[in-house]
Design a protein around this ligand. Structure first.
Ligand SMILES: [Fe+2]
Length: 247
């Protein structure tokens, strides 16, 4: 069995440092790896990235993250990723990594993702150049996530995104903004590989549980949704949600 701790949208700045750390220090007893589903910072500055690295770096378990839209706000996403990488944190963007955990290979493919909407209420790659650029970005990121997922040879495969791959986990958000919270193309990418679990954030007022059209369990781990430092999920197990350690 592999145990994964996950959270998203922690939006770390100076005032947040120290808030997550006590729970993170307990991770080795509870999980084999920590995945963070983007919006690591408030405004994507290098200073905030250093705060995130202070809070989430140097843990006794591997930490794998994707960036979120907030981490792009200051147009310093490369520098932000560099700060994190230099702190021993693995940053995925349309790429994958494999962790060896007690003889099992855990594959994680990650991408920020993008908006666009879901069946019956989505933007299409048509018309104005700006619209084609928007939906083209969605399609490209999703296609590259699919390639990353299919490239991994592992015993258990996880998809990590910031934007949602399904509408199920957006329930609680205004319907009018679903198209800015995720897109169906990410769900198709996840279904194109033997994905065991899909994790995302971004939808602070959404719901925790959903499923892709292909049946892959989806979990919205945005901090305001799970309301704790992290949730723990199980892979190579009967259910991803069976709690290993009573909360
Ligand atoms: Fe976000």
């Amino acid at each position: 069995m592999i145990r994964i701790a996950a959270v998203g949208d922690v939006h770390v700045d100076k005032d947040v440092v120290g808030r997550f750390r006590p729970a993170l220090e307990e991770l080795p007893d509870r999980a084999d790896a920590l995945l963070v589903a983007g919006d690591l910072t408030r405004h994507g500055t290098v200073e905030e990235a250093k705060c995130f690295a202070t809070e989430f770096g140097g843990l006794a378990v591997p930490v794998v993250v994707v960036l979120g839209n907030h981490d792009h706000q200051s147009d310093q996403e490369q520098q932000v990723a560099e700060v994190l990488t230099n702190s021993g944190i693995t940053v995925l963007e349309c790429s994958a990594t494999v962790l060896e955990i007690r003889g099992h290979r855990l594959g994680i493919a990650g991408a920020k993702g993008f908006g666009g909407g879901f069946a019956g209420a989505c933007a299409s790659n048509f018309g104005e150049r700006e619209m084609k650029t928007f939906v083209g970005t969605t399609e490209e990121i999703s296609a590259r996530l699919g390639e990353a997922l299919r490239s991994v040879r592992c015993d258990a495969l996880v998809a990590l995104t910031h934007y949602s791959p399904v509408p199920d986990t957006l329930v609680g958000e205004p319907l009018e903004i679903y198209a800015f919270l995720g897109c169906y193309q990410l769900g198709h990418a996840i279904d194109s590989a033997p994905t065991a679990l899909a994790l995302h954030g971004h939808a602070h007022h959404g719901s925790e549980r959903g499923r892709t059209p292909g049946g892959v369990p989806v979990r919205n781990v945005a901090h305001p949704v799970i309301k704790q430092a992290y949730n723990v999920y199980q892979l190579l197990s009967e259910s991803v949600d069976a709690p290993l350690v009573p909360a």
